[in-house]
Design a binder for this molecule. Structure first.
Ligand SMILES: Cc1cc2nc3c(=O)[nH]c(=O)nc-3n(C[C@H](O)[C@H](O)[C@H](O)COP(=O)(O)O)c2cc1C
Length: 171
């Protein structure tokens, strides 16, 4: 079974995290094969070979990005993107029973609520992915990054743990 990682990243931080998760999936004690795709290129039909779907993006204004927040990011130097996780979730055909785990990046500020991972998990369940659950948040130092020290290692070991779940058929 394969792991599909769909991610969105304006400044590259969530992409680095997604790459580290993918490494963990490949290198864990029970490795699984993995495809890492940006939302702009992500399939809207999940292949039958996919046994675990991971969906990750940056937190913008307490939740998933929107066209306006992505434009805002662009004015701060981010790479333009057609779509975000929010739009992809609206477009993808749901698959009942598929384990789905979300992740996000955000800035570590005390008392700052909201998480794209939480919002994405909720939106995915609403869309029909009945087993979607919120996974991890990974911290960045500032809007453009970088990722906080140690977070990529944490992402790698999280990926390794998730791969074990696919290999054992447990979710
Ligand atoms: C328009 C905008 C809104 C943001 N809102 C939040 C927020 O509500 N909470 C937070 O922790 N970080 C917020 N951030 C910081 C992002 O989470 C950070 O830029 C992101 O994690 C970087 O990931 P990326 O490099 O993959 O785009 C915001 C950033 C932008 C550009």
């Amino acid at each position: 079974m394969n792991v599909l990682i769909v991610h969105e990243s304006l400044f590259g931080n969530t992409r680095h995290v997604a790459e580290a998760i993918a490494e963990g999936v490949r290198e864990g004690r029970a490795p699984a094969s993995v495809s890492l795709v940006h939302v702009d290129d992500a399939p809207t039909t999940i292949g039958d070979d996919v046994g675990l779907l991971l969906v990750g993006g940056p937190t913008h204004v307490f939740g998933m990005t929107r066209p306006g927040t992505r434009e805002d990011a662009q004015t701060k130097g981010a790479t333009p993107a057609r779509e975000g996780v929010r739009e992809w979730i609206e477009a993808v055909t749901p698959r009942k029973g598929l384990p789905v785990v979300t992740f996000d990046t955000r800035i570590h500020v005390r008392m700052m609520p909201g998480s794209a991972a939480a919002a994405a998990a909720k939106a995915l369940r609403h869309r029909g992915f009945d087993r979607a659950e919120r996974g991890e948040t990974f911290w960045v130092k500032d809007t453009a990054g970088p990722v906080v020290d140690g977070e990529l290692e944490r992402a790698r070991s999280w990926g390794a743990t998730l791969a074990g779940r696919v290999a054992h058929g447990v979710s």
